[in-house]
Design a protein around this ligand. Sequence first.
Ligand code: FAD
Length: 410
Amino acid sequence: MTQEQTDVLIIGAGPAGAVAAGLLRKQGRQVLILEREQFPRFSIGESLLPQSMEFIEAAGMLQAVVEAGFQYKNGAAFACGEQHTQFDFRDKYSPGWGTTYQVQRARFDQVLAMQAARMGAEVRYRHEVLAVDVTGQRPRVEVRDQDGHTHGISANFLLDASGFGRVLPRLLDLEYPSAFPQRSALFTHVQDNIPAGSGFDRDKILITVHPQHCDVWYWTIPFSDGRCSQGVVARPEFLAQYPGCDTQRLRALVGEAPGLRRLLKESAWDTPARSITGYSANVKSLWGKGFALLGNAGEFLDPVFSSGVTIAFKSASLAANCLQRQAQGAPVDWESDYARPLQAGVNTFRVFVESWYAGGFQKVIFHAKSSPEIRRMIASILAGYVWDTGNPYVAEPRRRLSVLEQLCCG
Ligand code: FAD
């Protein structure tokens, strides 16, 4: 078997892999990305958070993203029966970007990967990593190329950005069960035909709560081309009550939420729905000798606050910083310099996700008399600023949120 060598080897050209590549290229590192698919390819995860813009900018990819013409996004709207509320991310507590985009991921991921290549990263599509060995001096992977040939590549450092492929967690026995119960999502893209005068704000994601089941919720993510991503999330046993194909089940569920049904009444359901189950995942460790896990290859919580891509970018940024310091000869402790800082923000999201499904956070956001200052702090969290410990809801998320829930439920 032929043996090749590189500096930093990245598995996966999704958001985590591409942004890591951009940041490392700016440091002058040699970067090789192995990507199983041919881009563009479909991926779920279409609503970005403003915090993600900071990482896109730092990776040298802002201009490419801006010029791609994605749907502008400035906030999140929530609906449940007759209750409505919205958060404008430009009016938030933390400093930084207040706007972002809603993106067709096939195109977004291609834009980022092409930009990484323009910056000098080598991206090999239709190259699947099959095996890995981290016991030697340097990590080594076995890869199968588009012609079915396998060969070995060793690297100074290995970043696993394989997302739901979870290459290293699977191969190195790092899988650890998520504390969240299993949930499923049904989703599709529709030609939405939502009339301009309907009051629907295309600049915001709309999250609709099922009128009878507070743990069942829908996303409506408008794109810039008159189409929307429409999805629903529920426990698998709940979805199992609905007969038919995924499209029929999704349409039946949309029919149960009167506001959403009205909004989508002229929509053309022209694309078969897909489903995904059991996406929440965790790992025993986010790093090991010669490797680190980025984005969804590490922990994935839940889609409700659209946090996945932002967390993927943050992981890329922290890992690139560690590699830079390591290259400069500075001591790097991947637990305290990478895993813990990443998990700090993930844990903030975790508190809000748990509260969402328990119903408490829903009471908080729909509460009629909440203070503008507290809403600005909540807007910061929803905008992805979960690493800004200047925000009291980041510094002490569990205690603060539970006090707020009691005030709003009282
Ligand atoms: P990915 O985007 O999964 O990229 C991984 C890449 O690795 C892929 O291109 C894959 O082909 C490649 N790969 C896999 N295995 C191999 C292999 N063996 N060899 C080589 N390459 C390989 N996030 C948001 O930010 N906003 C949202 O609105 C949102 N909605 C979501 C809705 C649902 C229902 C779900 C389940 C998730 C949602 N997410 C959302 C999360 C989002 O999808 C992920 O967090 C994000 O895509 C993670 O990026 P990544 O780069 O880590 O992995």
